[in-house]
Design a protein around this ligand. Structure first.
Ligand code: CA
Length: 358
């Protein structure tokens, strides 16, 4: 009996020794602000997943409370709020900070630029994330990709765009570099927070808008007012973004930092998958459910003018700001190389397989 008792004690001691000494089980409570209202799937699923994974991975010790725009009322001020420490974290899109620093815009997407595969390869394996962090160091925040939408649709228009003349005087919600491109082509451009898009279109504050793609757009009801749905050119790989206050992150135990970074990468990838699934689903039923929607492509002369204006806008920023030029050059060099493989793999596969797969 005595021997069994000793053995049991020894086993118990081993179990105790093997129990995780997890960052002293420090309780951490963070708040995260999103640009989006809490109902806006799949965007909000990325921050919600991060919060859940981080809590699960730390035994409930690291808790992140996620606030939607309907609560904090400052959808386009996430960077300031994270920098100032009101929120330790934010989820938004980098191009909303273009007014503070133009270079932030091209970490989201570039008109006629890389697609999602190419952009992810650039970010994670082509030096992109290091450049993004260099850009955000001045704001004292860490920046991470936060979910990619893939190619976005070119937007909803009340009337068909037959020529460049049809763009002149048009009031459109279209953010960032693409907005400047359209402004050069005579469009009255505005950016409106996501929660106010439908009302703005309905009231005639705007005549047209771009949002994301069918998975998210159709639920918003834009097609009821503006049924001409154009193919994309302006946001071929829109990346959302996680921002983290540097002081807050640096004061985390290393295990929590690792948990957070792992959760961010997983949730970021998952948002891309989910958005694709949602768009595929919506697209497959759109034509029968909403026969008034007219899927369009911009006429080639309009596209050519957009490309020319894009080069001008990017060229002007690059001439003014050496760091903008460094990032843009890095992207363009990577795209030039990567596009050859995209053509040989994705494009060639689609083109050839469609001959036999009906
Ligand atoms: Ca968009």
């Amino acid at each position: 009996m005595k021997r069994v008792g000793t053995l049991a004690l020894a086993v118990a001691a081993c179990v105790l020794a093997a129990a995780p000494t997890f960052a002293a089980e420090k309780k951490v409570r963070w708040n995260m602000a999103m640009t989006w209202n809490s109902t806006l799937t799949p965007f909000v699923n990325a921050p919600l997943q991060v919060a859940k994974m981080v809590s699960d991975m730390t035994g409930g010790n690291f808790v992140i409370k996620v606030d939607g725009a309907e609560k904090h009322k400052a959808p386009l001020e996430i960077l300031d709020m994270v920098k100032g420490g009101q929120f330790e974290m934010g989820h938004s899109a980098s191009y909303y900070w273009k007014g503070k620093d133009a270079t932030t815009a091209i970490f989201t997407t570039v008109p006629f630029g890389m697609n999602a595969d190419e952009q992810n390869a650039w970010l994670y394996y082509g030096g992109g994330m290091a450049l993004m962090q260099k850009c955000y160091d001045k704001f004292d925040v860490y920046a991470f990709p936060g979910g990619n939408t893939g190619v976005q649709m070119g937007g909803w228009f009340r009337k068909e765009i037959k020529s460049l003349d049809d763009l002149k005087g048009l009031k459109m919600r279209i953010p960032s570099v693409a907005g400047e491109v359209f402004a050069k082509l005579g469009v009255n451009v505005t950016n409106i927070a996501p929660g106010e898009l439908y009302t703005s279109l309905d009231r005639g504050t705007i005549d047209a808008l771009e949002w994301v793609g069918p998975g998210m757009d159709i639920k918003m009801g834009f097609h009821k007012i503006a049924p001409f749905y154009y193919a994309g050119w302006h946001e071929p790989a829109t990346d959302l973004q996680f921002l983290i206050n540097k002081k807050a992150f640096d004061s985390l135990p290393p295990e929590y930092q690792a948990a957070l970074k792992t959760a961010i990468k997983a949730a970021t990838a998952d948002m891309h998958f989910e958005n694709f699934a949602m768009s595929a689903e919506a697209w497959s039923t759109m034509k029968t459910e909403f026969p008034n929607i007219k899927v369009m492509t911009f006429p080639e002369p309009v596209l050519a003018a957009m490309k020319k204006a894009t080069d001008e806008v990017l060229g002007e920023y690059a001439a003014k700001d050496p760091f903008f030029k460094e990032v843009l050059d890095s992207q363009m060099a990577f795209m030039k190389k990567a596009r050859q493989w995209t053509k040989m793999s994705e494009q060639y596969y689609l083109q050839e397989s469609e001959k036999v797969v009906k």
